[in-house]
Design a protein around this ligand. Structure first.
Ligand code: NI
Length: 167
């Protein structure tokens, strides 16, 4: 089922999500709904709090265009190693029509569970590493616009408010 994606400045997006304690069919249904919602948007990542579920679950698929889907679903993801630096443009389904460059680690290792409860290790670099960091931030109530400079954030807020008023 496609869920509604919350958008900034919805207060739910600022909350910290709780770890998943039970892996069962309703959790797997949540993952399925999140994937469906992400593909429908379309986007390359989605975190559970973006659909109002404050649990530590993310889905990512960076395969674009005609490439076959490569869905990653991570439960309770934790970055256990990070190195290097990138500064690439990011967007977010919860902050429509806005993009900004964000400083991230270039290479990371993430541990977590898959929807079957198996322990997983994901080694990521480039776009996948950025997507993991962006989605894990959502689980801590952090949006990519919180990661940019104060000056850019002020400009963003002004522009954003204006665009909302125009609608
Ligand atoms: Ni996002």
């Amino acid at each position: 089922m496609i869920r509604t994606i919350l958008t900034y400045p919805d207060p739910e997006l600022k909350k910290k999500s709780a770890p998943v304690t039970v892996i069962n069919d309703s959790l797997r249904q949540l993952v399925e709904d999140m994937a469906e919602t992400m593909y429908d948007a379309p986007g390359i990542g989605l975190a559970a709090p973006q659909i109002g579920v404050l649990q530590r679950v993310i889905v990512i698929d960076i395969a674009g265009g005609d490439e076959p889907p490569e869905l990653i679903a991570a439960i309770n993801p934790v970055i256990v190693h990070a190195e290097g630096e990138t500064f690439e443009e990011e967007g977010c389904l919860s902050v429509p029509k806005y993009a900004a460059n964000v400083r991230r680690h270039g290479k990371i290792v993430v541990k977590g569970l898959n929807p079957d409860g198996e322990e997983m290790t994901w080694k990521a670099e480039g776009l996948l590493a950025i997507a993991f960091q962006h989605e894990i931030d959502h689980l801590d109530g952090i949006l990519f616009i919180d990661q940019i400079s104060q000056l850019k954030r002020d400009i963003f807020r002004r522009k954003y408010r204006k665009s909302q008023e125009e609608e």
